[in-house]
Ligand binder design. Sequence first.
Ligand SMILES: *Cc1c(COP(=O)(O)O)cnc(C)c1O
Length: 408
Amino acid sequence: MQHVEQLDQRDPLRHLRGAFHLPEGIIYLDGNSLGPLPRDVSARTQRVVAEEWGQSLIKGWNDHDWIGLPQRVGNKIARLIGAPGGTVIAADSTSLNLLKVLSAALSLRPERKIILSDTGNFPTDLYMAQGISSTLGADHELKLVAPEMAVDAIDDTVAVLMLTEVDYRTGRKHDMAALTRRAHQAGVLTIWDLAHSAGAVPVDLTSAQADFAIGCGYKYLNGGPGAPAFVYVRPDHLNSFAPSLSGWMGHAAPFDFDLTYKPAKGIDRMLVGTPTILSMSALDSALDLWRDISMEDVRQKSLAMTDMFIAEVAKRCTDQGLELLTPREHELRGSQVSFSCPNGYAVMQALIAEGVIGDFRSPDIIRFGFTPLYLRYADVITAAETLARVLQEQLWDRPQFLERAKVT
Ligand SMILES: *Cc1c(COP(=O)(O)O)cnc(C)c1O
């Protein structure tokens, strides 16, 4: 215990916990699904509603530069994912942004028909890819392989390699640079979904030479429920495709009200409709937290915490049927720990009732996200102790924990 207190005292990120509103008595291990509320976001949101919208009305677009918010937010995210300024924009949802970059990538490889992905990808990414064939009226085929087989499935029939870097269920992390290199050797373009990477692990899109990337604003970036997502396009592709979602905000001159679509130069062409200023302001404010944070510090603490949780659970929860799904090797791990667990849904509900919030993923996975900005090492120990108690005392075996809610 002494040891844990020392770790918390020496933690270079410990001052950041106070920047979040965290409900009393809760250990929050679900920041990988919905980040908690940064305190400054409350004030900013109130100001945008009451002063900017309330007082400025339509003038707000110019007076408060609402119109430039997608670019400003995009540039803040760019710094976290190794992207140059002017290559990332905040817009829409991750699902829609996937459609935008996938259609762009496919248009750059018109002679190839295969979209390659893996079975660890998040379903919405796969659903969007399945739907794109009919949207584009071309006969594209989505080919799925096991995550460890992805590298060998790359060949010159593939148009696009579309992967999520960190697996939402297991926390297994792909080697983005190596897979991108292999893809490029075969003339394949790459799309990386950074939903569980941005703000969680160091990402360097530039050195990996990734072609396109997308990601989420409400997970590790703490932008609030349904926050806008982001999209990255490598600089040399920026002006080389015609957007499939050709809305007026992506037009070269939206306020000319031309009758014909002409894409804006650069990343702006990834915009579609009017930006969601209230939620984008919240994300903009949440991103200010990252101004002086080193992603290396975040990574180091994340690995130390996930190592500690794996070890503590192994020590305390023997013979409970738990099976670690997350790789032990650091270079293969994101920032979460997952177990397959008999009665996993009920176990997680009981754990939440005991004040440790993680989540459950079908069929039997209990998942714990470790977010170094506001978690303490002491929380890691308490979480493992609580899980052990829930299992040993069978606290999960109660009717109220067995009934599934709509959102798990
Ligand atoms: C969370 C997540 C999404 C979510 O997409 P939305 O459009 O925001 O609902 C997409 N892809 C991955 C990999 C995710 O983890």
